[in-house]
Design a protein. Structure first.
Length: 249
């Protein structure tokens, strides 16, 4: 059955509930992509004969999956394209706008979009029908990619978030103006690069000062279950204050 691979109702990702993948495949654009979990999974699914991954990790759009949220009647928090990047340069603008149209129609769900391609997001920003239940985030793996935060700040999304995952270097000082939520996590799986606790604490301190919700996802490593989620003995699962307003709107 193909549906569970395209849309999972029970995601293992700690900060969401479900995933929706009308696009699969991607390409590496920065150091954080080196040990991509989605690439490993796509290759495994191709080897298993999963038709939706017949192209492995090459960009592939799935028009039949584009309207699945409309059929999912129970409200869910949905991570959009966990196996790709909606703003990849090989994804046609018409298809991107189609997905946003579906998100606007299926407005009983909350959507979380994450990209490394913040420049293309800005190119399409004025054409995207942003809504309160559509959150927009960028991945920032080290200090060299903080420009993505500046790009995100210019977007018209109502809720904006940052994913410092995999965190592979010190971020240093970060401007959190206009940011609602920060996720931090270490790299996991084969070849995982270590994450220094001081990098994490530095981000957490700045979130506290800026009153931005802080979510610590994992330490990572080869066995992420073994290393766990505790940061100085505590689990941090904060969500944006505006989440209640977003869901109720």
């Amino acid at each position: 059955m193909l549906l569970p691979v395209i849309m999972s109702k029970n995601s293992s990702i700690e900060w969401t509930e479900s995933t929706w993948n009308p696009i699969t495949g991607c390409s590496k654009i920065s150091p954080g992509c080196k040990n991509c979990y989605a690439e490993r999974m796509a290759k495994r699914l191709k080897a298993m004969g999963q038709a939706n991954y017949r192209n492995g990790f090459k960009i592939t759009t799935h028009p039949l999956a584009a309207e699945l949220p409309l059929k999912w009647k129970k409200p869910k928090t949905i991570f959009v394209n966990s196996m790709s990047d909606i703003f990849h340069e090989l994804v046609r603008k018409a298809f991107i706008l189609k997905l946003f149209d579906v998100m606007n129609k299926a407005d009983w769900h909350l959507y979380q979009i994450l990209t490394k391609r913040s420049e293309r997001m800005l190119e399409l920003n004025s054409e995207i029908p942003w809504a309160k239940h559509i959150w927009m985030g960028v991945t920032v793996e080290d200090a060299d990619y903080k420009f993505r935060i500046d790009d995100l700040r210019k977007a018209k999304a109502n809720v904006k978030f940052l994913s410092f995952e995999p965190l592979i270097g010190s971020i240093g000082k970060v401007n959190l103006k206009g940011i609602d939520w920060v996720i931090v996590g270490g790299e996991s799986g084969p070849g995982a690069r270590p994450m220094d606790i001081q990098w994490v604490l530095n981000i957490q301190k700045q979130c506290r000062m800026a009153k931005v919700a802080f979510f610590f996802k994992q330490w990572g490593g080869i066995n992420k279950k073994k290393t766990g989620r505790l940061l100085n003995g505590k689990v941090y699962c904060e969500m944006p204050e505006r989440v209640k307003l977003t869901v109720a709107a």
